[in-house]
Design a protein around this ligand. Sequence first.
Ligand SMILES: Cc1ncc(COP(=O)(O)O)c(C=O)c1O
Length: 392
Amino acid sequence: MTARLSTIARSLGGSSVVESRRRADALAERGVRILDLGAGEPDFEAPAPVVEAAVRALRDGCGQYVDPRGLVALRERIASFETMRHGHAVTPDRVVVTAGSFCALSIAARAILDPGDEVLIPEPFWGPYRNIVQMAGGVAVAVPGEADDGRFVFRPEALAERVTERTRAIVINTPNNPTGRVLSAAELRAVADLATAHDLWIVADEVYSELVFGDAVHRSVATLGPEVADRTIVVNSMSKTFAMTGWRLGYCVARPDAAVVLARLNHYTVRCATSFVQHAAVAAFDEGWQAVEEMRQSYRRRGALVAERLARLPGVRFAPPEGTFYAFPLLPEAWGDGTAFAARLLEEAGILASPGAAYGASARGHLRFSFATAPAVIAEAFDRIERLVAAG
Ligand SMILES: Cc1ncc(COP(=O)(O)O)c(C=O)c1O
């Protein structure tokens, strides 16, 4: 007999995105030059003042535990950022600083779910939502999406059809990974109305809030009024905005009584987010914005390059990304589904991209290309794709 792992732990599936990365690493070890359009993180380093502040904090002896809610100075910065940038009144007592938005989402799930409670997640969605809900004992209900000419349409009526007595929450992610879509005010209103009608939570993942292009405007569902804000847990992080993925710093914004519970869950999970990184994050909010704007402009140009190259591929349908650093085209049927084509891309052309099925069954015909990489890599990857497709 061997000691048994828990039912929840055993139910967690592995990540197909991690699998393809391992396969790419194995090919790279055999000498294949991999062009990486799979990365879900910025290819920039954190802004210089942030690095300086982290080093200074360490030298100044700021390495102790801090309040599980986070440093007061940081919660103040986050509160004023959310108030000024995203337009909903946030006070520091609504903010809990966490170890990245992974941790923020995990404690949010544990704060609102009892065993067997259901969470609606519209496809296509970032895969870990499903696992995070499962880890909290909940049931992730994937709501199939529909693409119109390659562009996923947000369908509140599909969400409404899946509401049951056990439904507790809806997850929305705007700007969206993987589609690059930004939800409009009307789409957010539809989510808010549904949540209000059924007394549900809204978990609003806004980690790409600062990465929007052209006419697109990021709106937080929490701006739709205090009664909506009070049933919303906004999740954001330093990862994408400030190119700080490995630093592990994020936060939740929730109504004060929920924030107290979230802080307790944070405490019993990680005790507190890393103290000196919190000092660095204060510097990011104070001095990091010029770097953020430069990175955003760079993603915008790279997104335009990807769109231009996708438009040259016969039969590929897509919507130019409105935000994030992803494009999510629908492939022609003749190429096989996204999983088959992604495998071919890797094996025959040395290109890493993420198959649509990783984001929900209704996205299986799509492929996610990340453009958080150098324009020369993007150009070479699309040259290789053109040759592969032309060879049949
Ligand atoms: C939509 C979305 N949410 C959350 C995360 C997690 O980010 P972090 O924990 O680094 O804040 C990611 C990372 O790829 C993401 O794409």
